[in-house]
Design a protein around this ligand. Sequence first.
Ligand code: KIV
Length: 290
Amino acid sequence: MTQQAKKVTVPAVRAMKASQRIGMLTAYDYPSAKVVDTAGADIILVGDSLAMVVLGYPDTLSVTVDDMVHHTRAVVRGTSRALVVGDMPYLSYHVSVEESVRNAGRFIQAGAHAVKIEGGKESRIRTVEAIIDAEIPVMGHIGLTPQSVNAFGGFKVQGKGTEEARRLINEALALEQAGCFSLVLECVPAELAAYITERVSIPTIGIGAGPSCDGQVLVLHDLVGLYDGHTPKFVRKYANIAEEMGNAVAAYLADVREGRFPTDAESFHSGTREELERLYGSGGIVVPIK
Ligand code: KIV
């Protein structure tokens, strides 16, 4: 196994804090995982953003553990190097600590190496500790946590002002203390993300959190231009795959309608035409032979 192909582990991600920037992306199925893994992502997140970019919901709240586990299995089958993190959906870790541990375990049994959980308040810290106690590595996620969209009153930048910043710093420290191996910072001012990154010993992974985090994550469908919903300011679009797919589909339909598809090269041949004509004749509608 070459150095490049060496599997990324939880301790390896922790160690990257001191040595290299972490590249993380979402994926939701076998082909997208294969593309992201082959391109060299360190971490693949089976994000609950799948609710929006794959399933067409307006937010992430409708996706279930069953949905997430189904997609996690497909991503795991398409991944050979990256660390696979399963995103625990809304209501899967909100009811009781016991239920949270069981739900986290379902991701591990589906092949994920870790889970991600949103929030850093006191009750959440107890849940994180219990999941880690069950030998399941946890990635924290603070700032704009999309499962709290109704409580926040929309998808808004978090951590503006001293009080809000203090709250997020305390959450980051509590999640580090609880044993999280890394921490996503979403939609927070770059200065605050830089400060948190300096103050915690675990890697921070930013999305809309400026350039000073230890790594960055984007939603794959935003990056490749395959999502027609709102594109946040922090997204850099590297391709327009929706347009390319649309052009390919339109070209196929035109070829079908103009008789250009399929050609001989795309057909199978058997040499039975003469035999069939001997049996049924050469023109018109055939009457079945009994
Ligand atoms: O669900 C998701 O894609 C995420 C990332 C944006 C961090 O949580």
